[in-house]
Design a protein around this ligand. Sequence first.
Ligand code: EPU
Length: 438
Amino acid sequence: MTERFYIKGGTPLKGEVSIGGAKNSVLKLMAAALLVKGSTKIYNVPDLTDVDIMLKVIEQLGAKIDYNKEEKAVTIDASSLTSVTASYELVSKMRASFVVLGALISRCKEAKVAMPGGCAIGERRVDFHIRGFETLGAKIKIENGYVIAKASKLTGADIYLDIPSVGATENIMLAAVLAEGSTRIQNAAQEPEIVDLANFLNTMGADINGAGTSEIIINGVKQENLHSIEYTTIPDRIEAGTYMTAIIATKGKGIIKDIYPAHLTFFTDKLLKMGANIKLLNPTSMEVSCKNRLNSINFITQPYPGFPTDLQSMAMTLLTTANGVGIITESLYENRFMQVPDLNRMGADIHQDRNHAIIKGVKKLSGTTLTASDLRAGASLVVAALMAEGESVIEKLHHIDRGYENFETKLRLLGGKIERRKDSPQVNPEETHNESYL
Ligand code: EPU
């Protein structure tokens, strides 16, 4: 049986929506829990398929897992690990699991983790990660699709990243926690998820300074300095941005709760420039509304604190019906305009030229059958379907389920006409979408 969303567009979304824990943070916190010979309890864990995959990876390494979905808490007991191998079967399902390499090399001085490879949105190499481990003293071999890392000891060093890569910053940070001496990561990623990981590690007994800036210093500590902790994950800024977009796209009015508005500054600023209304209600909630046709804007995706690439597709959906012409430049990924053909099939006027998309605002979109080709492209099509005239059907929901907890339930609470139905699969000979995972 295949699951599909059936969406009837045109209803303004109204009400309140609570945002869950950040997917891109919690996955790394789970890997970091492997560092401590003890038990770690992580709260605010969203119920996502990516979380399930990461739990399987961690279990495969010998840690004991308890996932209490009602409490939204995961307990990881990594007192003893029985393996240093993360299999291709799991890593190929979710690239983020490559981050266990940093934790394993730090704690066990060896690791064998499947090479994640490219994915639907781009090549996504791991060369900075590998260079970072080598600079700390690890010997790296790539054999039979696995990265095999060994070190008699790791020694702190200066590491400069060519691009402020989120994953490389996290992996190197993890590897350096138990290294001898100090590691300095220059041109480090500054995303809130990096700060969350550093806070988590420091709570556990690590010594990390500068997270959230472009220079992070990790002073190595001894294994016995690390101890069991309980920790709450930060809110998911991308989930928050998605609901903001959905409310604005449908000309609705709603409150986004349980967020850190400061993590969304750049996105909020662009929405305000387009003509949306956004009001800070208190330190953890914002009211979002929109009555009139939006104005087009131009933007470039950039590492934090720039415009987040993960919200590029949502902003594109808004631009499809805005007044004027908007230009989006995607600077992080080679192939992150996967939503364009489907948006054009809905009546949008988007021309793509390499990493630029030129969007001429049209009066309206109309519903049709759509395919979620990756997580964020899929979510942006849900938003487009909610604002379109008529009905849409969205296929390949497994991509969306990786990053949006109870998506249709939350949208329905806001008044969205969306239903998930199980149908028999239809054979579509034109189906050419890349199935690989982010
Ligand atoms: N890059 C390299 N070499 C490396 C590492 C990165 O060339 O060794 C390149 C990548 O190919 C990419 C750019 O650097 O073009 C940025 O990649 P980065 O390493 O920052 O991304 P990531 O860690 O793989 C995380 C998020 C992504 C998000 C990016 C950018 C997780 C699990 N994933 O990926 O989230 O787009 O940072 O903010 O944290 C999503 O949630 O939908 C998603 C894709």
